[in-house]
Design a protein around this ligand. Structure first.
Ligand code: GAL
Length: 428
């Protein structure tokens, strides 16, 4: 399976575009009086992980001021717009968060970030990362970012008490079962069957329903050039998506993923489909986390129909061209790429390390499951489109626009038509 996934990765990362004006290089040096690190990790849960890495950075670099330039908004909805305008105006931060895969490729092709090959050599990093991940951050033979983690997108979080009240013996394992379970929760408990937040959480749900209904190979094929989104199988998945949406709370821009996920552990909603950053939020101690207990307050399962497949994404940090504090940026990348940095960051973030040599004993409960699944021989991999692996920024926006219209008109045929068009315009 890894081979077929790699083929997809190669499609995502090959292309004829030359990188113009790609000078620079990572020859070290530069102003290290401070470092401005740009991300979207402001909220409860994810900010804890960043803080842990910041503290490690400050310990190792007492003379460098750490400036946390995080901008709120789950999955980077606001941050990415601000970042785009800063890069456009040539006012980059010293390092910014970008997803491995198609999203990173956009920055590379636009000539906005520098290759990090000598940094990788100096820090012996090539051997530290899995080959398939290196392929997602390499373009035309050069490596462009430092991955800190692997997140899993396809997780179903659920409230065991509500499932029991609904007469369900366990979590649903297919999309059809899921719809039956949502109906049972609605009819028997009066609780919210599936919690949802801002619009992007519907995009996140969509990738999970596509994967669950189509299966891994057909989902992966959707992101290849010439892919056909007009098939009856896609119609069926979108029809199921529409049906599932009937059991959600109304889309509320004011509630981000934290509000939607929290509804499950608070006993207000039965299910939430969210990436495993929700786990960090659930279990980290208060006041930042919710201090909840796995198995008592919540449980997890692969999102329906996706057992055996890891729908993955990876946060990585970059060295922008003309970073004002290049020395500070390289010192930050050193912490972000280190075993110590990743082992401090990931248990709090709710992710597993991108490096292969992490201390496994630090990853407990859900994270132990994630760790084992990711490293299982023969695990099937699928890239998250919403979190930057398969869709570049334009495609991502086009899908979001289509989903936004669907939330208004509930018209499956129009949604499919828009997704067919988005694939035609953007698959490369
Ligand atoms: C993802 C990101 C995660 C987490 C999540 C929710 O795009 O990769 O690290 O921050 O958004 O904000």
């Amino acid at each position: 399976m890894r081979r077929s996934w790699k083929a997809i990765a190669a499609v995502a990362l090959t292309g004829a575009l030359a990188i113009s004006g790609c000078g620079g290089g990572d020859d070290g040096g530069g102003d290290s009086s401070q470092v401005e690190v740009f991300s979207w990790w402001t909220g409860p849960g994810e900010a804890d992980g960043l803080k842990a890495m910041q503290e490690q950075f400050e310990k190792q670099n007492p003379g460098t001021k750490f400036v946390n330039a995080a901008i709120a908004g789950g999955s980077g909805t606001q941050a990415q717009a601000v970042l785009a305008s800063r890069l456009q105006n040539r006012k980059p931060p010293d390092s910014f968060q970008g997803h491995a895969g198609a999203e990173l490729l956009d920055y590379i092709k636009a000539g906005q970030i520098e290759p990090l090959d000598s940094f990788y050599e100096e820090n012996n990093l090539k051997a530290a990362y899995p080959q398939q991940l290196l392929e997602q951050i390499t373009y035309q033979g050069k490596i462009y970012s430092v991955p800190v983690n692997i997140h899993r997108s396809n997780v179903l979080w659920y409230n065991p008490g509500i499932l029991k009240d609904a007469g369900l013996s366990g979590p649903p394992t297919s999309i059809a079962d899921f719809i039956t379970a949502l109906k049972a929760v609605k009819d028997k408990t009066g609780k919210v069957p599936l919690s949802l937040g801002a619009q992007w959480t519907a995009d996140h749900l969509l990738e999970n329903v596509l994967l669950g209904d189509l299966g891994t190979d057909a989902y992966n094929a959707l992101w290849k050039p010439g892919a056909d989104w007009s098939t009856p199988a896609v119609t069926k998945a979108l029809t199921d998506f529409a049906e599932i949406m009937k059991y959600t709370t109304a889309e509320a821009a004011s509630t981000d993923w934290q509000g939607a996920s929290k509804a499950v552990v608070d006993g207000k909603a039965a299910f939430n489909i969210m990436g495993d950053w929700a786990y960090g939020y659930f279990v980290n101690p208060a006041p930042n986390g919710l201090g909840k207990k796995l198995d008592t307050d919540f449980k997890y399962a692969p999102s329906p129909g996706t057992d055996g497949t890891y729908m993955w994404l990876s946060d990585s940090f970059t060295l922008p061209k003309n970073a004002p504090h290049r020395g500070g940026a390289l010192a930050w990348l050193k912490v972000a790429s280190s075993k110590e940095g990743q082992d401090l960051f990931n248990p709090k973030k709710g992710s597993i390390p991108a490096r292969k040599d992490a201390d496994k004993s630090l990853y407990k409960d859900y994270l132990e499951y994630a760790f084992n699944e990711w490293n299982k021989p023969g695990v099937k991999l699928a890239g998250s489109f919403w979190h930057g692996v398969y869709a570049n920024k334009k495609w991502h926006t086009d899908i979001d626009t289509a989903v936004g219209l669907f939330l208004q008109n509930k018209d499956v045929a129009k949604l499919q038509q828009a997704l067919v068009g988005a694939a035609k315009n953007n698959a490369q």
